[in-house]
Ligand binder design. Structure first.
Ligand SMILES: *Cc1c(COP(=O)(O)O)cnc(C)c1O
Length: 420
């Protein structure tokens, strides 16, 4: 028997006649997107994509393509890795990582910390790789000690690669990539270390060479501020060497075909993603103009701090709270907010239909229990405070339990960083 809802729960959870009468009368400004990918695209990037098609065999496009390839290693902070560009979403470089380094029957260890590492593992499984999950928590980072313990037990070194995500976009955890590298080293295990930084590259510090990452993958539509359609992969010399022994090669994603090229378009296994290359060059210019990756990371850290201050201020026991318990494991790219007795989907609908703000929904285990605020990429205080203020207005309209004003807390946090 379902329990009788308290009157307050009833207001928070049930559709009212008012809901059917939603007017949308306040939403007629610029629509604001705060979902964790695609993120808000800079106008300059969108305009660059409207450039007419050039010749693909010579001239401007070849120059731009060469330039983008030259600027890719610094983006992952590597000087030794090979860079690859796939005309795809993030699933393309996921697949590329597996089919160029693994063989049928090889084993990979997936560090569970939410939806995405596990999904990468499922892709590997379909390709013929044995997948083992290192169980983790939906509210905390991967435990490096558990990784060391599992690898130490693998005495005949069956595990060929460790797969993890830097930021899991579902839980909003940020795993400690250097600590996981240290955990592999502590076990003196030769497995390759593969990191998905699809949600985090361009938002949080990532140091491929310094952290000993063998394969890093990302996609264009999150921190890199380019519409979905480009996947990126960086492969260390150790990963490139693994290609020689792997037997899952697929022609379109094949590293050998994409490195030993006689014509420039072979880098893409066909016609280059021309509009996306124009966009990518523009986005890289925007990053440089801001002062490079360090400045971009610092801005993200400050704005993420403001989001966390807002959520903490809204928090009540059994009500709103940050999903990730340990503040040092919270991502600077996205925040998953648990909503307790408040129906998060109703909150999102009000924000979107009435006020023009689109929030991320809770995915997987968070369906109906959380919403997500994206704070990656092209974002500044007015955009963020607008989003937080709109959420707070919707919470007030729902008469939701709230500890205090999240907007005031976020403004105070941002104020601490304004130069006067
Ligand atoms: C978005 C995301 C993906 C999937 O990327 P697609 O571009 O949708 O294929 C994978 N991993 C993480 C961490 C992500 O945030």
């Amino acid at each position: 028997m379902p329990q009788q809802a308290t009157p307050q729960q009833a207001t928070l959870q049930q559709a009212t006649p008012q809901q059917a009468r939603r007017t949308g009368r306040l939403r007629h400004g610029r629509q604001t997107l705060a979902i964790p990918g695609p993120s808000v695209m800079p106008d300059r990037v969108l305009a660059a994509m409207a450039t007419p098609m050039p010749n693909i065999y010579a001239g401007e496009l070849v120059d731009i393509s060469d330039e983008v390839f030259e600027r890719l290693p610094p983006l992952a902070r590597t000087t030794s890795a090979e860079s690859f560009v796939v005309m795809s979403n993030g699933h393309g470089p996921w697949q590329m990582a597996i089919c160029n380094t693994m063989s049928r029957g090889d084993r990979v260890l997936v560090c569970e910390s939410g939806h995405f590492a596990v999904a990468w593992g499922e892709m590997a499984e379909m390709a013929g790789v044995e997948v083992e999950i290192l169980p983790g928590s939906l509210r905390a980072a991967v435990d490096p000690a558990a990784l060391t313990e599992r690898l130490r037990a693998d005495t005949d070194q069956q595990i060929k690669a460790v797969l993890c995500v830097q930021t899991d976009t579902g839980t909003s955890v940020r795993n400690d990539v250097p600590a996981l590298r240290a955990a592999i080293d502590a076990a003196e295990h030769p497995a390759m270390f593969m990191v998905d930084c699809i949600a985090s590259l361009g938002c949080e510090p990532f140091e491929m060479d310094e952290w000993g990452v063998d394969i890093a993958v990302t996609a264009s539509q999150k921190g890199l501020m380019v519409p979905p359609g480009l996947g990126f992969l960086w492969a260390s010399p150790k990963a490139m060497a693994a290609y020689e022994h792997s037997d899952l090669h697929l022609s379109y994603l094949d590293w050998d075909q994409r490195t030993n090229v006689s014509a420039h378009y072979e880098l893409y296994s066909g016609t280059p993603p021309i509009s996306h290359l124009y966009a990518m060059r523009e986005a890289l210019d925007i990053i440089d103009e801001e002062g490079g990756l360090d400045a971009v990371w610092e801005r993200h850290a400050i704005l993420a701090g403001a989001v966390r201050a807002a959520v903490d201020a809204w928090s009540t026991p059994g009500g709103i709270e940050c999903n990730i318990v340990d503040p040092s494991s919270r991502s600077d790219a996205v925040t998953t907010v648990l909503t307790g007795s408040i129906d998060p989907d109703r909150l999102r609908d009000i924000c979107e239909d009435e006020a023009g703000l689109t929030l991320g929904l809770g995915i997987g285990a968070f369906d109906g229990r959380a919403f997500r605020i994206c704070h990656m990429g092209h974002l500044n205080p007015p955009m963020l405070l607008g989003a937080l203020g709109t959420i707070e207005a919707a919470l007030l309209a729902l008469d939701a339990p709230m500890g205090g004003s999240g907007v005031a807390a976020a403004a105070a946090e941002i104020g601490r960083h304004l130069v006067v």
